[in-house]
Ligand binder design. Sequence first.
Ligand code: ZN
Length: 269
Amino acid sequence: MTIVNILERLSNACGVSGREDEVRGLMKKFLKPYVDEVTEDKLGNVIGVKKGKKNAPKVMLATHMDEIGLLVKTISKRGFLQFAKIGGIDDRVLLAQKVKVYTEKGPLHGIIGSKPPHIQKEEERKKIVTYDQLFIDIGAKNQEEAKKMGVKIGDPISFDIKFARVGKDIVIGKAFDNRIGCAVMIEAMKQLKKTKCTVYAVGTVQEEVGLRGATTAAFGIHPNVGIAIDVTVAGDMPGVKETEAPIKMRKGPAITVADRGLITHPKVL
Ligand SMILES: [Zn+2]
């Protein structure tokens, strides 16, 4: 499987923070051929280990497996779903999105709707509709039918965007933050033939809600060096100045020198 095929599988899977099961299963499967063992800790982080020499320094690679998404908050009497936002979601992108609600009976298709603009007042139409005014229509007649379809409070909801290739060498899809990191880490382990250090390839949970999995994994492993693989903003697009985001597509990976949470050690740089 190529890195693009792996990214496709990971991108199409659901992994809303705290409900990473599907992605976790894929990560275990894809890491397995390239590490000595794959385990899972109590929080749900996936840990692949490639052993180095005895007492060798430990290097931890970490990529978060979770994605921003929604959770079912309430089921209305008429059968519509109200939802909570998980992670930093911009309300402006929610309206008219197709979604999948992952129930114990399997995924259901749905669409995010609002009060139609035809019957909105002039001033209502000018405002951004906030998420708490939106609802998901899964085609249920009423609350009872929605429940019969398998929907429960707390079910994860992900955006229904299928992976696709566009242009010559570009792909589009959902949850590239951070399934690209996951695919890159798997590829790195594939290319790592022999190692003096012991290398931990960790797929972490609940990053989008505060780096929770990575913190737990780091305390469990105690690495000498930790490298987090994640996405960043490419600035070569309309409306962005070079000084705001100097990173460009097709120019290779970027290394964080310093950000709000970290100043990278010169030896790691
Ligand atoms: Zn990320």
